[in-house]
Structure formats: structure tokens, C-alpha cells
Design a binder for this molecule. Structure first.
Ligand SMILES: Cc1ncc(COP(=O)(O)O)c(C=O)c1O
Length: 343
């Protein structure tokens, strides 16, 4: 049972923060009957792949607050970073178009740098794109700062968004998803036992955790890492969760144990899908007609499928899987997809 005053406090804490509408909300919360039957437990999918902005995905929620802040500060240019198949970059470029802002993208080289998927869309949205010859995110930072300094020197007002928009302002978008999700669960009379999500730059995980913390943790989150080792990811999630709560002026306690991450599905590294990733994509396509992606949600679903096999979730559980989007990258990974698709 959620404390109504805690729920109200969360909603009130969100109100003073500048926000610009970019996402189609609420996103659907759907049963996944054939997947549920396969796993022997009930799975519902929160369809944040359907946020509507430029083919959808989780970044629309973060960008509502990030670009709300940018507009409040009078910015005329948004500068951000990610890999060449970054969904965050694609959605930022589209949102800038919608709001009449210029967009500069400083992207790290990745496993797929051809003009396909997200990178193709970045160009379609007219972003000023630079690809740097390194897969290391830290190597993009000096170029990012130089671009901001140059814009200021030219008399512009740049707004810098760090990788994935994973700062308290961006994570606030996911704290704001919690009242929406709780209302849907309430209407369906569902009490989930756990929520699964892909955890990368941590904003989605941390914002969601902050929202749940504000309500006294009605259910836990299981993060499936797409890049970092569990311990490092758990620490970063915990840190950003606490900073997001502070940003919102909420003083909920977040114990270390609330930040749970499994790193066994990362494979060779960020952006490199494994056979299990591709099998998970195929399973969702064939069971539910739902498109996952090779970088994030395919790994997260591989984690859920493995946890069900291992008995870490079972017939008494009701799982919510947060589908964070990412489908455009499939078209850059077409060789991997073709190799695993049924004949
Ligand atoms: C499709 C998709 N899913 C999940 C994530 C992970 O979200 P976060 O970076 O907030 O941890 C991202 C982030 O880039 C994403 O694009």
C-alpha cells in the first residue's frame, strides 16, 4: 500500500522543475502473454519504446527536463555526446529540431560507424556531427568542452548535456515516470515483485529508483548492465539516485542494497551484442511482435530470460520490464540480426 502523502510529495517535488513536452505519455503498460507462458511467470512491458519522439525511447523523458532547463536558461545550442549509435544523440537532435535549437554532437567511434540507424537519423535531423577516433567516452570530453567554449566565444549560449543525459535534471524524467506507472498498476490491480531495466549511463535506473525511494520502495529494481562491472555500476546508480532526490528536495533514504546490477550479460563490452542478446531479441520478436535492440534492451531481456531459467524469478513473481527503446540501432547491426533470424 502506497502512502498517499508520499505520492503527493513526489508529484509536488517535480512541479517546480522546468519541463517541455516531448514524449507521448503515458506510455502503454502491456501484458506479454506468450513470453509470460514461456517463463512461467507474469511479465508486463512498460513501452517506453513508444514515447513517440523520433522513433521513441527512454531519452524523451529525460529531455523533457533537460531541454526545459536549457530553454529556461535561454540556450540557443545544445551540445552532447554518445557513441555513433547513440539513441540519446538521435533523440536530442530531433528534440532540438522541434524546439528550434541548434544541435552539436561529439560522438565516439563504436562497432558500427556506417551511415545507418541512429547516425543516419542524426544527419537527417541536421545535427552538426563530429566522430572522434576513440571508443573511450572520456576522450570526447575535451572536444565537448572546446565546442562549448567556442560557442560562448562566438556569442552563443550553449547548453551541455553529458553522456546519456544522466545528471539529476535528466534522471528527474524517470522519477516522473513513477506516478504514471503506479497509476497504471493500480488501475490493473497489479502488485509487481520487481522491475527489470537496462542500465548504462545510469540516469534511467537512478531516476526510477529515486521515484520508488520517494514512495518507500513498493518493489525493487534489477538493473542489467550494458557496459560496466556490477559493483561500479551499483555505486554510480546509488550516487545519482541520491543526487536526484536532493535535486528534487526529497529526503528519502536509499540503502546500498537498493542498487542491484547484474553484469553477466555485457559480453565483450558496450555496443557488442552476444549470442544471448540476439536470442533475446529473436524471442521477443517471435513471442510478442516487439522489437528490442542489440545494445541495451536485448541485453536486459537476456538477463531476465536467464534469471527465469536460474529460478531467481519464478511463478510467484510479476515482473515489469521497462522497454527503453533503441530499435534504430538494429539497422546498423543488420549483419548480426540477419545471422540469428530464423530462415
Ligand atoms: C535504448 C536504451 N535503453 C537503455 C539505455 C540506458 O539508459 P541510461 O543510459 O539512462 O542508463 C539507453 C541509454 O542510452 C538507451 O538508449
Amino acid at each position: 500500500m502506497i502512502d498517499a502523502s508520499a505520492a503527493e510529495a513526489l508529484v509536488c517535488a517535480l512541479l517546480p522543475h522546468p519541463r517541455v513536452p516531448l514524449a507521448q505519455l503515458p506510455t502503454p503498460l502491456e501484458d506479454a502473454p506468450r513470453l509470460s507462458e514461456r517463463l512461467g511467470l507474469r511479465v508486463l512491458i512498460k513501452r517506453d519504446d513508444q514515447t513517440g519522439l523520433a522513433l521513441g525511447g527512454n531519452k524523451a523523458r529525460k529531455l523533457e527536463f533537460l531541454l526545459g532547463q536549457a530553454l529556461a536558461e535561454g540556450a540557443d545550442l545544445v551540445i552532447t555526446t554518445g557513441g555513433t549509435q547513440s539513441n540519446h544523440a538521435r533523440m536530442t537532435a530531433a528534440a532540438c529540431r522541434k524546439l528550434g535549437l541548434a544541435c552539436r554532437l561529439i560522438l565516439n567511434r563504436g562497432p558500427h560507424n556506417e551511415l545507418q540507424g541512429n547516425l543516419l537519423l542524426d544527419h537527417m535531423f541536421g545535427a552538426d556531427v563530429t566522430v572522434i577516433d576513440s571508443e573511450n567516452p572520456a576522450d570526447a570530453v575535451p572536444a565537448l568542452e572546446a565546442a562549448a567554449a567556442q560557442a560562448r566565444a562566438d556569442g552563443g549560449k550553449p547548453y551541455l548535456i553529458p553522456r546519456g543525459g544522466s545528471v539529476p535534471t535528466g534522471a528527474t524524467g524517470y522519477a516522473a515516470m513513477i506516478p504514471e506507472l503506479m497509476a497504471q498498476l493500480d488501475a490493473m490491480q497489479i502488485h509487481p515483485s520487481i522491475l527489470y531495466l537496462a542500465t548504462g549511463s545510469t540516469g534511467t535506473h537512478s531516476g526510477t529508483l529515486a521515484g520508488l525511494a520517494a514512495l518507500g520502495f513498493p518493489f525493487p529494481i534489477q538493473g542489467i548492465s550494458v557496459s560496466r562491472p556490477s559493483r561500479m555500476q551499483q555505486e554510480q546508480v546509488l550516487d545519482l539516485t541520491r543526487r536526484t532526490l536532493a535535486h528534487l528536495g526529497l529526503n528519502a533514504d536509499v540503502p546500498e542494497s537498493a542498487s542491484r546490477v547484474d553484469d553477466r550479460f555485457v559480453g565483450p563490452g558496450y555496443g557488442y551484442p552476444t549470442d544471448e542478446t540476439m536470442a533475446a531479441i529473436e524471442t521477443l520478436a517471435l513471442d510478442e511482435g516487439i522489437v528490442l535492440d542489440p545494445v541495451y534492451t536485448g541485453k536486459a531481456m537476456a538477463g531476465l530470460l536467464a534469471h527465469a531459467r536460474e529460478g531467481r524469478v519464478g511463478s510467484d513473481d510479476v515482473v515489469v520490464f521497462l522497454h527503453t527503446g533503441g530499435a534504430p540501432a538494429l539497422f546498423a547491426y543488420n549483419a548480426e540480426v540477419a545471422a540469428t533470424a530464423p530462415a
